[in-house]
Ligand binder design. Sequence first.
Ligand code: A2P
Ligand code: 11C
Length: 351
Amino acid sequence: DEYTVAILGATGAVGTRLIQQLEQSTIPVSKVKLLASSRSAGKVLQFKGQDVTVEEAKPESFDDVDLVLASAGGAVSKKFLPEAVKRGAVCVDNTSAFRMDEDVPLVVPEVNEAALYNHHGIIANPNCSTIQMMVALEPIRKAFGLKQIIVSTYQAASGAGQSALNELYSEAQDYLDGKDMKADIFPTKGDKEHYPLAFNLLPQIDVLEDNLYSHEEWKMIHETKKIMLGDMNSPEIKVTATCVRVPVPISHGESIYIEVEDKSATTEQIQQLIKDAPGAVLQDDPKHQVYPQPINAVGSRDTFVGRIRPDLENDGAFNMWVVSDNLLKGAAWNTVQIAERLVADDLVRVK
Ligand code: A2P
Ligand code: 11C
């Protein structure tokens, strides 16, 4: 079989990577449709060296489409993906629109690929900061059990999209030129106040909710439970998160503290688990100052893990540092990887 694949949001920070990851994937593509807003209609992009004209997304755009890869924002997915499913397409959605729906699998292939068998046309790709944490922690959970996760994130500007990344660059330029920095997007587009990110840190990603957590923090808690335990409210693993935007263009960093069930676990065993884990790379050699860094992770599909060390005060507890390209494993690659599994397992059809 060959597939007609539509990329919704093809001109965005994730969309351009979806094109590239699809080009490099094992999926046999007979035709690619690049969809965006009316602003980009007529723009010419390339797929495998061929020109493809971007079209404005409409319900009819999904006639004869087999597979949709979506990253144009939650509202756009809500509007178009049910239309695509109605027309027989299977959608892998990189937005948060459907992640917590009961009949929508939320998948990191290294953790819960089997959940794909229960799809009803839409499969959700988790939030970028959740995905890289899952790649690092699932092998540890399987071997030693997990009681608690305490995570602090250092999230790159590109997580908020191409225009946000552009804002970081222009703020940095203005700062170095001695001008006032203009902030219109960070911490989050729709909010009342805006603050510069360049030469700064913003402890707000997405909106701040009434429970005093940001929505990004909420996602890390509940997506983790749905992916690892199949229940977004499971009490089995306790998770708490602090999410911070840092003036790094690409690749999220995470400081993760875990408490495992099996207190016999050693640092060496955890290092070996990471070495053997699919999608993970151990970069952990303190004697030679080797540890993951965002600038080295850009462009890689892998999740890099280092600084693994036992808590000196609590048995069965460890600290570690995890870095991955938020636009690839955190978004475009995980989405295309899910699509590859759907193709390999003959799941590109709606029940
Ligand atoms: P456009 O370039 O036409 O605005 P990012 O995450 O980098 O901000 O990118 C968002 C992506 O979503 C872009 O490709 C953008 O297209 C697309 N998009 C935004 N609004 C819509 C819409 N109403 N319909 C289809 N695509 C949209
Ligand atoms: C950020 N994690 O870095 C967000 C972006 O739920 O898919 C991804 C939002 C999402 O701003």
